[in-house]
Design a protein around this ligand. Structure first.
Ligand code: ADP
Length: 466
């Protein structure tokens, strides 16, 4: 059963239900029909006998009988019985016969006269008698004639009479119901196959994409907006996201190897050059300092890459708690003010009691990245202003400097990974600081933007949701 296709399973269920419904219909039709048939037979019997009641007359004397007369006359108890020619002794398989009180058949037909010989007359009542496995209905009427008593009309009809009609209906049902079931099953199977074809296409496309690994492929179902088209659209969206993720991953790996190649080349070149001949102590020291600087750069790059990857790929590993932002900003500013690079002054203007839900480590990192950039791209004797305040539904964190500024065309690019607008000032920069800040802002449901004027300075503003 498990290995059967959905198409076949649906058809099987459909067939079972149909056969069940058909059988029920058959049973219901059969029993209702039988009851109706029995009632019709009994009604017919009563009507025929009642119609015959007035067709029998008794005369003490009659004159000369007209030779044209077609009615039947018989001598009875010193008089005559006249049986009208309208007397129905056999109509629609209903037999009517005239009896005397001692159950002597006087006129008419009775197919079971022998068996009913002992059956007492019961006026206007239906009696049953089974003869040779056939059920007979018997209806008696006592005749009240002028001058004569003790005559009975007895009507007899067998149930077989109705059963022949029932058998015809049953045969029709037996022929047409299975035919109807077969037609419905074939129709249902074709319909299910047509309806489920898109699923087959989806599964084939998914298998093809899985085999070829080509995430650019999409499932094409043509026009429509039913559940299957929506499913295909969801698959396509998933492939798009996978493709984006792989592309990002590929780009990241290529950028990372590119960034690592520079310090490695510098170290290798420095070593080769220094080892070419015997050098003075000062020259060796110079070479070692270059190697040390490049080593630090590599180390920072690797750490930044690891942090960045963790935030991008496993953001859920960073927990959220209630963070006292006032205290956090003050503490980071206090630590970073100690840098005192280029004689830059760091000030902070912080609103009291600002709290938000977030990750303390990431928020410190965000602020530290922005402040290090402000130092790195700041001017000698310049200043940095860090601000924190509550705005609307969020918290606004800003870092403003009066450094070299950023060209307008660069301002949208600086948040990209490894993008460095100004190499001359980048020093130990890796090009990951702002993209990391961007990711951290996103993690907190916030955003980051820059306002800057070349030669005058830059202001980075982060809006974080509380
Ligand atoms: P980097 O490690 O090179 O600083 P970032 O991602 O932190 O990398 O910054 C990307 C680029 O944005 C920098 O190379 C620099 O050109 C520019 N930038 C960032 N902050 C500032 C700033 N405060 N003033 C001027 N330029 C900046």
């Amino acid at each position: 059963m498990k290995n059967l296709s959905i198409r076949v399973k649906i058809t099987m269920w459909f067939t079972l239900i149909l056969v069940f419904i058909t059988s029920c219909t058959y049973v219901i039709v059969f029993s209702v029909n039988r009851q109706l048939m029995q009632k019709t037979i009994r009604d017919e019997l009563i009507r025929t006998v009642e119609d015959n009641v007035d067709e029998v007359e008794y005369y003490k004397n009659i004159g000369k009988i007209d030779p044209q007369e077609v009615d039947y006359y018989m001598a009875f108890r010193g008089g005559y019985l006249e049986i009208d020619d309208d007397f129905l002794d056999k109509v629609n398989e209903v037999y009517t016969s005239l009896y005397s009180e001692d159950v002597t058949l006087l006129y008419g037909e009775n197919p079971i006269s022998r068996q009913t010989a002992d059956l007492e007359f019961a006026d206007a009542k239906i009696q049953h008698l089974t003869v040779n496995d056939t059920l007979y209905y018997i209806f008696d009427r006592k005749l009240v004639l002028e001058g004569l008593e003790g005559l009975w009309l007895r009507g007899v009809v067998s149930e077989n009479q109705g059963m022949t009609q029932m058998a015809a209906i049953t045969q029709l049902l037996l022929l047409f119901l299975p035919l109807f079931v077969v037609l419905a099953v074939i129709g249902g199977y074709l319909f299910a196959r047509r309806m489920l074809r898109p699923i087959q296409e989806i599964s084939e496309s998914a298998a093809r994409i899985g085999d070829s690994g080509d995430l650019k492929e999409r499932i094409e179902l043509g026009g429509g907006n039913d559940e299957l088209h929506q499913l295909a659209a969801s698959f396509n969206e998933m492939f798009q996201r996978l493709e984006d993720a792989f592309e990002t991953e590929r780009q990241f790996t290529s950028d990372a190897s590119h960034e690592l190649r520079t310090p490695i080349s510098v170290i290798t070149a420095q070593c080769e050059m220094t080892l070419e001949e015997t050098r003075s102590v000062e020259e060796y020291k110079l070479a070692l300092r270059t190697i040390q600087r490049q080593g630090r750069k590599m180390s920072k790059l690797i750490n930044d890459m690891l942090d960045f990857t963790r935030l991008e790929m496993r953001a859920e590993s960073y927990t959220r708690e209630s963070v006292d932002m006032t205290e956090l900003v003050r503490s980071v500013c206090f630590d970073m003010a100690l840098i005192k690079e280029k004689n830059i002054t760091l000030k902070c203007d912080v609103q009291e009691g600002v709290r938000m839900q977030g990750n303390r480590q990431l928020l410190s990192r965000l602020l530290a990245n922005l402040i290090s950039n402000a130092y790195r791209y700041g001017r000698d004797d310049g200043c940095i202003l860090v601000g924190l305040k509550l705005v609307g539904q969020g918290t606004e964190l800003s870092v403003c400097d009066n450094g070299i500024g950023i060209l307008p065309e660069e301002q949208t690019k600086i948040f990209r990974r490894f993008y460095q607008a100004d190499n001359s000032h980048s020093g130990l920069g890796t090009g990951l600081g702002l993209s990391m800040a961007y990711e951290i802002a996103q993690f907190h449901g916030g955003e980051i933007r820059v306002e800057s004027e070349p030669g005058k300075g830059s202001k980075f503003t982060v809006i974080l949701k509380n």
